[in-house]
Design a protein around this ligand. Structure first.
Ligand code: M6R
Length: 615
């Protein structure tokens, strides 16, 4: 969590850093701060609240003029969100300033040692301990900043992406990473530092992504030197040309990123399958699978590790893999998997799913699986992310940047990638016939257009949202492929509207949740005309006879449910395995409109952050 930005060059640093922080606000937004070297001293501005609050506070602050600086937007770990705990933090001499994304786990013992030597601390943060440790080493050992940072980091336990500078040597910024992302934008006699490339994309397309355990001294007028933190060995930095463009990270006329991203799903899914799915040739081409086909075909089991919405996509894939490729699948919360003593075999394939590619629990689960000899395949959205680099092979979802904290297009594109893999394996194993394979491919090709159709229900969904916006609780029910969609619908409502919601397999209702149903309880039921349709219709009857309010997601033209449901939202017909790609759309819109009506911060819900880089 937390977003970091730095600049060193010839332009004014403040506007670049401020704009960069706004773009990184999805990573944390409880406090923010900026430090600029103004040719004389450090101009500092920090505040509790969002980057917009920071901007108000910093406005007209002439001390913030200068062309080297750092900024931070925070998601609190150590110490509550307030002005003092906001980054940047300073060393006791006032010379060093630091920004940090991550956690220094042994900060307490380091703090005690430093306190014994006379250091004092203003904040409750682990970061202030780190900057003083760097200063202590720099003074004691009489070394340059880069060396002091390196020695200090070798004494720390934890995760970090940091940027540090010394006001007495204002021509360089020292950066390092372990477990949290850090990119360096390489411009013309200027450098940008950020948690991802979005803060500098309009200035340069050339970027170096530090790997875990690497650091660099970013010095004006000099080439960047990257080295390993633990043994000082030099690394050849790889300058990558970015494909990202500015339009992709702006709202394009939508009120919120979440809504824009919901509407982007048709094109995002096309981007996911483009070049991979070749219906005319009856082929699916995916380099990560093609290169490891034998391994996949011989896999005894697939274990999916993920968190949140990505975990829900994993659950959908369990149904798809088992149905199409007849491979047993287990879907694990990465946070539980990493601390169990899971049985993992060399014949297992572990699929790690993560939009951001930075989720700490998923990363730890991958490392554990690799230590146990499993082959790990990543399904990530963010190109070059930590998880995409850590995994043995993988497939990107190509959904484009997802900025809204509530995941939408990540979910549907993850299901698309996983479906392609299952279809490819099913065909290679002979568990689906050639004609079925063709039929699935043709249908998947139509899904973007069917999502466009599903999006046409938006006005109707606004009316439904109006009726239920003041509900205190909500149940979501689904069966088979749509059970995970019920979980996902409930998660969307909870996280952006703060209404308590639960997802259940529809048949489980009678084992407990049915007791909750009365005339106050809205129940969203996914009842597409596939799979267990009749059974779900029976569940709807059970809800109706207990006076629950029914919002049914049905297949176009359904009449049976109409008689019982209070509201019906139609989606186009499709093959059962692909119904989640359609049924999830009205659930995303329903949550979105309820949250807007309740005046909640849709894109940045309280207490959350887009990528959870702490455990
Ligand atoms: O980046 P990841 O896919 O690894 O993130 C996992 C979860 O943190 C994420 O899906 C979270 O649950 C979303 N806020 C849900 O909308």
């Amino acid at each position: 969590m937390c977003g970091i930005v730095g600049y060193i060059g010839t332009q004014q640093a403040y506007p670049i850093i401020l704009k960069g922080l706004k773009r990184l606000e999805y990573r944390g937004y409880d406090s923010a701060g900026i430090a600029i070297y103004n040719g004389n001293d450090l101009g500092i501005c920090k505040t509790k609240g969002k980057v917009a609050d920071l901007q108000k506070k910093c406005e007209a602050n002439i001390e913030l003029e200068g062309s080297i600086g750092i900024g931070h937007t925070r998601w609190a770990t150590h110490g509550e969100p307030n002005d003092v705990n906001s980054h940047p933090h300073y060393s006791n001499s006032g010379n060093l300033a630091i920004i940090h994304n991550g956690i220094i786990e042994n900060y307490d013992s380091l703090k005690k040692e430093l306190s014994n030597r006379g250091y004092t601390f203003q904040s409750d943060t682990d970061t202030e301990v780190l900057v003083n440790l760097i200063e202590d080493i720099k003074t004691k050992e009489n070394v340059k900043l880069g060396k002091a940072v390196q020695i200090a980091l070798n004494q720390t336990v934890g995760a970090y992406a940091i940027a540090v500078f010394d006001k007495t040597k204002p021509n360089e910024i020292v950066v390092a990473r372990l477990g949290s992302p850090l990119a360096i934008g390489v411009g013309d006699n200027e450098y940008y530092i950020a948690s991802d490339a979005s803060p500098f994309i309009e200035y340069t397309k050339n970027a170096i992504y530090l790997e875990d355990g690497e650091m660099a001294v970013v010095r004006l007028g000099k080439e960047i030197k990257v080295r390993k933190i633990h043994d000082d060995s030099l690394v050849d930095p790889y300058v990558q040309e970015l494909q990202l463009n500015l339009d992709q990270i702006e709202k394009a006329g939508f009120d919120h990123f979440m809504l824009k991203e919901i509407y982007e799903q048709p094109s995002a899914i096309k981007d996911t399958y483009r070049g991979r799915m070749l219906p005319d040739q009856g082929l699916i081409r995916m380099a990560g699978i093609d290169d490891n086909l034998e391994r996949f075909l011989n896999a005894k089991r697939i274990v999916v590790v993920a968190c949140g919405t990505s975990w829900h996509a994993g659950l959908v894939s369990e149904y798809i893999f088992e149905d199409l490729a007849r491979i047993p699948v287990e879907v694990e919360y990465a946070s539980e998997f990493r601390y169990r003593n899971p049985v993992i075999n060399k014949d297992d394939i572990v699929i790690a799913i993560s939009q951001s590619g930075e989720t700490a629990d998923t990363m730890a689960a991958i490392k554990l699986a690799k230590e146990n000899g499993a082959f790990v395949f990543g399904v990530c959205n963010v190109v070059g992310s930590s998880i995409s680099r850590e995994t043995d092979a993988g497939a990107y979802t190509h959904a484009g940047p997802e900025i809204g904290v509530a995941s939408t297009k990540a979910f549907t594109t993850q299901i698309t990638v996983l479906s392609l893999i299952a279809l490819k394996l099913g065909k290679a194993k002979g568990t689906i016939s050639n004609s079925d394979f063709h039929m699935y491919l043709n249908e998947l090709e139509l899904i973007p257009y069917k999502i466009e159709k599903a999006l046409e229900s938006n006005e109707h969904i606004i009316k439904v949202a109006e009726v239920y916006k003041d509900a205190k609780n909500c149940l979501y029910l689904g069966r088979g492929f749509n059970f995970p969609v019920a979980l996902e619908g409930a998660l969307k409502l909870k996280e952006i509207s703060y209404i308590h919601a639960e997802g259940y397999p529809a048949a489980e209702m009678k084992h407990g949740p049915i007791a909750l149903i009365d005339e106050q309880m809205p129940v969203v039921v996914i009842a597409t005309k596939k799979g267990h349709y009749e059974k779900v219709v029976s569940n709807i009857q059970e809800i109706k006879s207990r006076k629950g309010k029914i919002i049914a997601i049905v297949t176009e033209g359904d009449t049976a449910v109409r008689e019982m449901a209070d509201h019906m939202i139609e989606v186009p017909d499709t093959i059962e395995a692909f119904t989640p790609l359609l049924t999830t759309i009205p659930l995303q819109l329903l949550s979105y409109h309820i949250a807007v009506m309740l005046d909640k911060n849709v894109d940045q819900p309280r207490n959350l952050a887009k990528s959870v880089t702490v455990e």
